[in-house]
Design a protein around this ligand. Structure first.
Ligand code: GLC
Length: 743
């Protein structure tokens, strides 16, 4: 058996290497035939001018330019037929080099999945990989080769609208999710069926924009960059990411697009990345606006030297790279290297062998209404919902949720009860049949209760105006019901790119509506939909139950109903801290202790005199139906040695009456270091299923690899000493044991 396995492995690796050698030879022979202009064209990406996702650069007759081999790839073109038409034009060019078609498929294509931040709240890596795989299946069936995803920017600032696109504030969780999404998109590897190129973005530290203001400057130590913001990119690279995208922001005074430390020293040097890097939308030309390039020629020069291979939308490369090479300012080899990287991807995708392999209308139709995809979307959407509060009612001493499916009068009130496209959130596709396909909350609840419960409805108010004339009807409807379920939130377009907010409340008069409904004295369940953490303290205070429903996509209503009625026991855990006010931002769980931590001294402590020191809801927090109790962690040794594995065990008991998924989280604290260390660092987690009355022992293994950090000399090291090992259901609900880890 072993001999067979050995032969098999050798054959596979031989074939793989052979294929790479073959591609390399074919690329070299093609480059040898190319003119300077044809080479620059391969690095030139333009958007469909009629569906831009940024400020358009006038392009002229792009169809003729494709025929003349003047464009290497396109963005925002979808459809098997449409991409076939453009690919046919490319086949009329002198060298017949196929186009790549790219698209921001951030959380689903035809089937919209929950926002990436919502999916992160599921902590279900396998489900997130399946979500990305389905997006790739649907998008590739519609001609797309290149997904501008996953976005892996760590962010600690909910004012930044793009937190919706990432995995939250934690580097460890964000790294695991980055890898899962890359694997989902690329599947069995480029060139295999329905495999699409991932594009890890935005390299780097875009999520640390000052003030949470999109596109703003980023300034941090290289130590912080390497410890907090780079690991998800490295995890994505290790998962095989085919491409990277750099970012709009300047980092320590150098725009990422022209930043050689990022792209040459770290990405291609230390990490030995062989794939290609694309700029962000016009970010090459924007180096002029940054004040880093004097004109577009200078911008092209600085970008190619720094390692940006493909120019998205600024036209700088197409116009000026040939000039720079002819003037001897850019070695032709540098241009060839960049061209080699994009041609290699086109070969790996199989596009030279069959430029139309993703242009099958039959395949597109087959994937267009895939019921299994909708079921998967519903599944992860339910897992993404976070139950923040679930008080017991005074008369029954039973928790408000789950609701009974029969015998109740339920008032569904609020501007999002019958919303459809709002549920898709930012970076999603609006299809003509959305009014039928997207399941509203009203439809989801109706389908769940059928005619066994009486549903009442009132809109109450709009999402974002001062009109309170609907309040009276809402109160009237509420008074007829046994319980009120209110659905409120941001507008769909309030989070996403260029959507930073300085105030994170519910817009319009929604807060007032909640207050009026609370005053009725009826049990009140408040559900909030948004693309980021909002300031929800008042909503929590006014209600007996508070449910965070993010933007959940096509199956939103069904997923919410699954949680409301207990078909899915809520299992979401917050991937980002929820602050009490905007004034607390940035607020994150893995902060340093400082010399005067809040609460140590009644007077002298870091914090605010007008606010408690803690967040409203902590990273990793979320409730479920039924109570879970944790034992104190037990360790295999209180004095492990450097080469030992420390085993950590905890017992988890559950008293609920429906199966529950529990995310058991393990944090460490390095008590003393050559640089100060965070008070907590997530290092492991396990998702377990608990049946009613079940008790399980959960085991973790830690080694010194888990203790490493970047010291002041930027060495990635661990240091002996005391470590707190903490285990629990949330970052602020842990039990601890201390070990002394020696050399
Ligand atoms: C946008 C975004 C980037 C996206 C690109 C193409 O400005 O920053 O994430 O992939 O342009 O739409």
């Amino acid at each position: 058996m072993r001999l067979f396995a050995f032969i098999f492995f050798c054959t596979i690796s031989f074939y793989g290497n052979t294929q790479q050698v073959s591609i390399s030879r074919r690329v070299d022979s093609l480059i040898a035939k190319m003119t300077l202009d044809e080479k620059a064209a391969q690095l030139h990406q333009i958007s469909n001018p009629f569906s831009a996702t940024g400020p358009i650069t006038p392009v002229g007759d792009y169809l003729q330019q494709i025929k003349e081999g003047k464009i290497g790839s396109m963005l925002n073109i979808v459809g098997a037929e449409r991409t076939r038409q453009l690919q046919e034009l490319a086949m009329q060019s002198r060298l017949k080099i196929p186009l790549l078609f790219a698209q921001d498929v951030i959380h689903g294509f035809r089937t919209t999945f929950p926002l990436p931040l919502a999916e992160a709240a599921s902590w279900d890596l396998a489900a997130m990989e399946r979500s990305a795989r389905i997006a790739a299946i649907e998008a590739s069936a519609s001609g797309i080769h290149w997904m501008f995803a996953p976005m892996v920017d760590i962010s600690r600032d909910p004012r930044w609208g793009r937190v919706m696109e990432g995995a939250g504030e934690d580097t460890y969780l964000g790294s695991l999710i980055a890898a899962a999404r890359v694997k989902g998109f690329q599947g069995a590897g480029l060139g295999t069926p329905a495999s699409v190129m991932a594009c890890v973005k935005h390299f780097a530290a875009y999520g640390a924009a000052v003030g949470g203001r999109d596109y703003n400057s980023v300034d941090m130590s290289e130590r912080q960059l390497r410890e907090t913001y780079l690991p998800p990119f490295k995890a994505a690279l290790d998962a095989g990411a085919a491409t990277f995208m750099n970012s709009f922001n300047d980092l320590n005074g150098v725009p990422a697009t022209g930043n050689a430390l990022l792209q040459r020293t770290i990405l291609r040097g230390e990490w030995a990345y062989k794939g290609l890097v694309i700029s962000d939308w016009s970010s090459i030309a924007e180096m002029i606006t940054h004040g880093y390039a004097s004109d577009t020629l200078d911008a092209a020069h600085k970008a190619i030297l720094a390692g940006s291979d493909v120019d998205m939308e600024s036209h700088a490369y197409y116009r000026y790279l040939p000039v720079l090479v002819r003037e001897g300012k850019v070695p032709e080899k540098l241009l060839d290297d960049a061209v080699r990287r994009i041609l290699t991807k086109k070969f790996e995708m199989g596009l030279f062998d069959n430029p139309f392999k993703y242009c099958s209308v039959a395949e597109e139709n087959k994937q267009w209404n895939n019921k299994a995809h909708l079921a998967e979307a519903r599944n992860i959407a339910a897992k993404s919902i976070v139950l923040l509060k679930n008080d017991s009612l005074p008369d029954t001493q039973k928790a408000v949720l789950p609701l009974k499916v029969s015998g109740q009068k339920i008032a569904l009130i609020g501007p999002l009860v019958k919303a459809k496209s709002e549920n898709l959130g930012f970076w999603s596709f609006d299809w003509p049949d959305d009014s039928i396909r997207i399941v509203s909350l009203w439809e989801g609840v109706k389908a769940a209760v059928k005619d066994t419960a009486q549903l009442l409805y009132a809109k109450g108010c709009n999402l974002n105006d001062a009109d309170t004339t609907g309040f009276a009807e809402a109160v009237h409807v509420a008074m007829q019901a046994d319980i009120i379920v209110l659905s409120a939130g941001e507008l769909r377009g309030m989070s996403g790119e260029a959507k930073s907010r300085s105030v994170l409340n519910l817009p319009g008069v929604q807060e007032q509506l909640i207050k009026r409904l609370a005053a009725t004295g009826k049990p009140l369940v408040v559900m909030i939909s948004a693309g980021r953490p909002l300031i929800v303290g008042n909503n929590a205070a006014q209600s007996q139950a508070l449910v965070y429903t993010w933007w959940l996509g096509t199956e939103a209503g069904n997923a919410i109903a699954d949680v409301l009625f207990g078909k899915h026991n809520p299992s979401g855990r917050l991937p980002m801290t929820f602050p009490r006010t905007e004034g607390q931002i940035p607020l994150y769980y893995n902060h340093y202790n400082t010399g005067r931590p809040a609460g140590n001294d009644p007077y002298y402590g870091t914090g605010y005199i007008d606010l408690p020191k803690s967040p409203l809801y902590a990273f990793g927090y979320g409730l479920g139906y039924g109570a879970v109790t944790y034992s104190k962690p037990v360790v295999s040794s209180v004095a492990p040695k450097g080469n030992e594995t420390l085993e950590v065990k905890v017992s988890v008991a559950y008293d609920g009456n429906s199966p529950r998924t529990e995310t058991v989280q393990l944090y460490i604290r390095d008590k003393t270091g050559s640089v100060v260390r965070p008070v907590k660092e997530l290092k492991k987690f396990q998702q377990i299923t608990l049946l009613p009355g079940e008790q399980k022992v959960v085991g973790f293994k830690l080694t010194t690899e888990d203790l490493k950090f970047y010291n002041n000399d930027l060495q990635y090291v661990w240091e002996p000493g005391a470590f707190d090992i903490m285990v629990g259901p949330a970052s602020d609900k842990v039990q601890m044991v201390t070990v002394n880890w020696g050399r």
